[in-house]
Design a protein around this ligand. Structure first.
Ligand code: NAP
Length: 321
């Protein structure tokens, strides 16, 4: 089979397509014929060596969707030909999905309902599971609460806007102007340009004085901002940053409103199948669409990884082998 591999850490040029043996699934694994593999920022961290170590040679790709080609001997709930999607491979413990076939343990893969599209599902894993974990599990988002999603056009952001809208929260999101109409269609009540000078005032105005929950993917930019626009008891969930030194300039703003800060990694999800099933249900019913901005061949993996870090797009980039 063809698989993208890296033999040393480095920039995107280390990604090369090689012809390698098709893997056999272990007892508790599925072999999946890959239809679509999401391209995520974290794939680039594994590639450049800045995240946890991976064994080389290594195939990136945390997310996968496709059809079951073979099952391990202990697998009872899946059959050859089943449509599935999952996440949590392509890290320190396993090879990833930028390949014609990938193996995935059954504790991180679920059946894909008929109404959900395989290409979209390939891009759903990290983005939508992270959004689900942040808003449903950590922020405990309730109907009619105000929820601020920073960067609503991103992979996580556009899933978060739709998941928050699906629980009838009142969604305020920020994005470049070109994506405002799409995000309003995805259920955002208010869409604001993240570059505007009066952003904090605009968020407070849109939320009757303060928001109840925040999804923050750039903590170094927004840790203080989140406290400044918070309502009392606001839950802020932090998933990322550009430089690892976020800090407060006035922590009293957080203290005086009893703001909760929760930082998270999707890889710590106790049972990935729970949010995967929730996300699959929303895709099946049409409440959640994964907007596939661009699709790449295996040979274009380097371009895809450059784009995920450097380009502006709405939604997700995927590789379709
Ligand atoms: N902790 C976890 O488990 C977890 C899971 C998934 C992702 N993450 C992290 O979360 C971050 C986002 O991931 P992603 O996959 O959603 O990335 P993405 O698809 O590249 O989205 C990033 C978004 O940020 C927007 N943005 C750029 N500058 C901004 C600013 N100053 N203020 C607000 N938004 C801004 C971009 O909009 P424009 O293109 O219009 O500039 C883009 O929509 C990454 O750092 C990733 O590593 C963490």
């Amino acid at each position: 089979m063809r698989a993208v591999r890296l033999r040393e850490h480095g920039d995107a040029d280390v990604l090369q397509v090689e012809e390698i043996d098709r893997p056999d699934p272990a007892a508790d694994e599925l072999l999946v014929e890959v239809a679509s593999a999401g391209v995520n920022p974290v794939d680039t961290y594994f590639r450049d060596g800045s995240y946890e170590p991976v064994g080389l040679p290594f195939t990136p790709g945390v997310d996968v969707a496709g059809t079951v080609a073979a099952t391990g001997e202990a697998v009872a709930d899946f059959d050859e030909g089943d449509r599935v999607y999952g996440t949590g491979i392509g890290n320190g413990g396993s090879q990833g999905a930028y390949a014609e076939y990938a193996t995935i343990p059954t504790d991180r893969v679920v059946h894909l309902p008929d109404g959900a599209d395989l290409t979209e599902a390939g891009g759903a894993g990290v983005a939508a599971v992270t959004a689900w974990r942040a808003l449903i599990d950590h922020a405990d988002l309730e109907p009619a609460e105000y929820c601020l999603v920073h960067g609503g056009s991103g992979g996580v952001g556009h899933a978060a806007v739709q998941i928050a809208a699906a629980v009838s929260a009142r969604v305020i999101t920020t994005a470049s102007a070109e994506y405002h109409d799409d995000l309003a269609e995805y259920g955002a009540e208010t869409v604001l340009d993240y570059g505007r000078d009066d952003l904090a005032d605009a968020v407070r105005e849109a939320s009757d004085g303060g928001v109840d929950a925040v999804l923050d993917h750039r903590l170094d930019d927004y840790l203080q901002f989140d406290a400044d626009v918070a309502a009392t008891g606001c839950r802020v969930v932090g998933i990322g940053e550009n430089s690892p030194d976020p800090g407060f300039t006035n922590d009293g703003a957080a203290r005086s409103k009893d703001v909760f800060y929760q930082f998270m990694s999707m890889f710590n999800t106790p049972d990935l199948r729970v949010p995967l099933r929730g996300v699959a249900h929303l895709m099946d019913t049409g409440a959640l669409s994964i907007d596939v901005a661009r699709s790449y061949d295996l040979e274009e993996a380097a371009a895809a990884q450059r784009a995920v870090m450097g380009d502006s797009f709405l939604g997700k980039l995927v590789i379709e082998p």
